[in-house]
Design a protein around this ligand. Structure first.
Ligand SMILES: Cc1cc2nc3c(=O)[nH]c(=O)nc-3n(C[C@H](O)[C@H](O)[C@H](O)COP(=O)(O)OP(=O)(O)OC[C@H]3O[C@@H](n4cnc5c(N)ncnc54)[C@H](O)[C@@H]3O)c2cc1C
Length: 402
């Protein structure tokens, strides 16, 4: 059985950032990730200014800038009766854009940077499936090494669940999140991108669906937000027709997209009342599943990780984390999460497909606000920096040069 100062279940954005920060502050950390690599689609590609600033603080800004990416300074959301924009060009700090980077590149960068520290251990293809407990506290995890089929254990004074919206650790702790209505699901697919197609990334909202088209060079990563249940059971015809309507330049190639090329992703919004148990903390989607609306779930998860590292490093160095410290992490991150989810819930009711074939109009407040020149900048700030951006201060500050 291995032992470490902190074991993290899940190598997504929350888990990898936490692993990196702890390792750089000299805390031994083991991240267990159930897949053998980060090469999965439909994980979201958005890296906002708050995360770009964090990467700068970590000395990783240049490495991130070298990744193939799209920089978006202004995003336009088109409705049937007008457009509204998110403008990042007046954000404070070095980054006045949103970066779109395949998430596997981003996670690989974090893994490589973390691996430079002797305190960081990443075990891939290792699925957490049990908890170790002593005297009423969680004191480690059990996992299955999927390469060998062998069971393993890692003991640690703190287990962090960063294992996403279907969190196994959360289930093992007996914690149940409160679910909020999420009336949509998402269809994901790749569509060949040909000469003459538009540049950039765009969002189109209509009563037939909400379409996000991410330009990945020779293909579009298309995400179609649909009313739950719509277009699932058929052979993809509904989705093909809808996309061709919302992005007419794709109509010549949609016939080649088969039902098997279209993945249905469930969207959910939920939140735990308590993000911790003695010896365990939950962060990111494991504590609060985010909808893709506004593309902020990744950054929120990362900000949870930064707050957790900043608050917990001193205790982790001492080898014991008190419950009040875990509660502090939740207090710090609870209300930014609550406000962001509230925004997503309003948006999902108003913005995205009803499935009815009637024009989808801008909601009344936005119809008025879009005439105010500052509005796109306010939206850009809320989305780009988040409600409460986290920085590396206090116990983590020396890391910024590490
Ligand atoms: C369809 C869809 C599209 C989205 N698009 C965007 C977007 O564009 N931008 C954005 O910001 N947000 C987006 N989101 C939200 C975003 O995906 C999440 O908020 C974000 O990924 C949360 O990060 P995380 O690290 O907490 O969890 P995750 O990214 O879910 O990572 C969890 C990790 O844990 C691993 N894991 C799970 N169980 C175990 C286990 N038992 N043992 C070990 N490892 C385990 C998983 O393999 C995964 O690597 C989208 C969500 C959906 C549903």
């Amino acid at each position: 059985m291995g032992s470490t100062a902190c074991v993290v279940a899940g190598g997504g954005p929350a888990g990898m950032v936490l692993g990196l920060l702890l390792a750089r502050s000299g805390v031994d950390v083991t991240v267990l990730e159930k897949y053998p690599d980060f090469l999965r689609d439909f994980r979201g590609d958005t890296v906002h200014a708050s995360t770009l600033n964090l990467l700068d603080q970590l000395g990783l800004g240049d490495r991130f800038a070298a990744l193939e990416q799209q920089r978006v300074r202004r995003l336009t959301m088109e409705f049937d009766d007008g457009v509204i924009g998110e403008d990042f060009s007046r954000l404070p700090g070095r980054h006045q854009h949103l970066a779109l980077v395949p998430q596997w590149d981003f996670l690989n960068l974090l893994a490589e940077a973390a691996a430079e520290s002797p305190h960081f251990h990443l075990k891939q293809n290792a699925e957490v499936d049990g908890l170790l407990r002593r005297d009423g506290r969680v004191c480690g995890v059990r996992y299955t090494d999927k390469d060998t089929g062998q069971a393993g254990e890692v003991s640690a004074p703190l287990v962090v669940a960063a294992d996403g919206r279907h969190s196994t650790v959360r289930d093992l702790l007996g914690l149940r999140p409160r679910s909020f209505a999420a009336p949509h699901d998402c269809l994901y697919m790749r569509i060949p991108r040909l000469e003459g197609d538009p540049d950039g990334t765009f969002l189109r909202f209509s009563s037939s669906g909400g379409l996000i088209m991410i330009n990945r060079g020779d293909y579009w990563q298309a995400a179609l937000l649909i009313a739950k249940g719509t277009g699932r059971a058929d052979d993809g015809e509904w989705a093909r027709r809808t996309i061709a309507r919302l992005a007419p330049y794709t109509s010549d190639r949609m016939a080649a997209i088969g039902a098997r090329d279209i993945k249905v992703l469930e969207i959910r919004i939920d939140r735990l009342a308590r993000w911790w148990a003695p010896g365990a903390l939950l962060i990111g989607d494991a504590a609060h599943a985010m909808s893709p609306i506004a593309g902020v779930g990744i950054n929120l998860a990362i900000q949870d990780a930064v707050a957790a590292a900043r608050i917990l490093v001193p205790s982790l160095r001492r080898g014991r984390v008190a419950e009040r410290e875990l509660a502090r992490v939740q207090r710090r991150r609870h209300w930014p999460t609550l406000i962001t989810q509230a925004g997503q819930r309003v948006a999902q009711e108003r913005f995205v497909a009803t499935g009815e074939d009637v024009p989808l109009r801008l909601p009344q407040p936005l119809r008025t606000l879009r005439h105010w020149r500052g509005f796109p900048h306010v939206l850009g700030r809320v989305v780009g920096l988040g409600i409460r951006p986290e920085y590396l201060t206090g116990s983590l500050e020396p890391l910024s040069h590490g």
